[in-house]
Design a protein around this ligand. Structure first.
Ligand SMILES: Cc1ncc(COP(=O)(O)O)c(C=O)c1O
Length: 371
């Protein structure tokens, strides 16, 4: 069709600060990468996906739920929220669900932020915080991490102004994998004025093995301004299903529910999520495998002379002490895709999602060959 008439529509002014995601090689699908590189097989270690897939029980629930796709489903996701509430020892009214953690973050910012507000965000961290804040018309205030790559909580407290309405923390942080120090986190929360919402993104919490880890959920009675974000995309191996949830005080979940669409989480996601949650043995196994692979890869890359940040997640952040282009391209030629640090303006670094044992051994063998 020939569109020969000029379109005169203007967007909201905030869109001038947002960009359509430009897909680089690490963002493409496995099929696309295979075609671009002309390789038979691709090992994709750039999206922090689970190499272990979903639990068989989740897959069975998914198939069963597909037969109900012609009907509108429970708009309140009651069974899933009830199960999550029981799991975390909170009321179902304190749980909200959405299409992945991304959606939770977008709906939360849409329900709380307006033009003139500020949201404090560490740098580097997960990119969607700044994008979601910008879309509301509010201003993201980005604060660099410390020299040791830990989130600079003291600087974040110092950045609070009369306009601050929200603060984002990612624990463990993406891309560094570093966990917040529990004592520092507690001190920080005590210093934040109670009208400011602290978003604690715990997308990778289930991979944490450090017994000192402090989740936002248990802190809710003390800090009702906390909003914890979780996802089924990582340890549950359900990234393509799009399911995430938030845990917060009823006042905050009430605001959130005003901003969401009535049937926002589809029937397949609701029922698959419920089955995935109940397969606790599968999740325990994935966590154990992930921790073992994390140790293996951390040890091997350290032995090769790189600095590997101590990760509590399902990925490693590595300082190569040289530009990452050589290793990124060398691995890509062998069909192995990692995330170059240029994503965060840190060209000497890479982020590697942990694969299964076979994939990680393949990565190491390829790496040694390139070097
Ligand atoms: C820190 C963090 N939060 C949230 C998400 C969003 O995940 P999803 O929208 O798939 O639940 C991701 C995805 O990579 C992430 O790294």
């Amino acid at each position: 069709m020939c569109l020969n008439k000029e379109c005169k529509v203007e967007p909201r002014d905030v869109l001038a600060h947002l960009h359509v995601m430009k897909l680089q090689l690490p963002d493409k699908t496995i099929d696309e990468i295979r075609a671009i590189l002309g390789v038979a097989a691709v090992t994709k270690l750039s999206f922090n996906e689970s190499p272990y897939g979903p639990s068989p029980r989740a897959l069975a629930a998914m198939r069963a739920a597909a037969a109900k796709a012609h009907l509108y489903h429970d708009p309140e996701s009651k069974a899933l929220r009830q199960e999550l509430a029981g799991r975390f020892g909170v009321q179902p009214e304190q749980i909200v669900v959405g299409n992945g953690g991304d959606d939770i973050i977008t709906l939360l910012t849409q329900s709380l932020l307006s033009r003139g507000d500020e949201a404090v965000i560490p740098l580097p961290t997960f990119g969607q915080y700044a994008a979601a804040v910008t879309l509301t018309g509010a201003r993201p205030v980005r604060l660099p991490v410390r020299q040791d790559m830990a989130i600079d909580l003291a600087a974040m407290t110092g950045a609070i102004t009369a306009a601050t309405k929200m603060i984002f923390l990612c624990n463990p942080n993406n891309p560094t994998g570093l966990m917040l120090d529990p004592a520092e986190l507690r001190r920080f929360l005590a210093a934040v004025p109670p009208h400011i919402v602290v978003v604690l993104d715990e997308a990778y919490a289930e991979f944490v093995t450090d017994p000192g880890y402090l989740s936002g959920v248990g802190l809710l009675p003390e800090f009702p301004n906390l909003f914890t974000v979780r996802t089924f995309s990582k340890i549950y191996g359900l990234a393509g299903l799009r399911l995430g949830y938030g845990i917060a005080h009823e006042r905050l979940t009430g605001f959130f529910n005003k901003a969401r669409n009535p049937f926002n989480v589809n029937v397949i996601a609701q029922e698959t999520g419920l089955a995935a949650l109940r397969d606790t043995e599968f999740i325990r196994r994935v966590a154990t495998l992930n921790a073992a692979e994390r140790d293996r890869l951390t040890g091997a890359l350290t032995a090769l002379g790189y600095h590997v940040y101590p990760s509590q997640a399902n990925f490693l952040f590595v300082d190569l002490r040289q530009n990452c282009a050589g290793i990124f391209e060398g691995l890509a030629r062998k069909g192995i895709i990692i995330r170059p640090g240029t994503t965060w303006n840190m060209p000497n670094h890479v982020r590697i999602s942990l694969g299964n044992k076979r994939q990680n051994l393949q990565l190491l063998a390829a790496w040694r060959e390139i070097c």
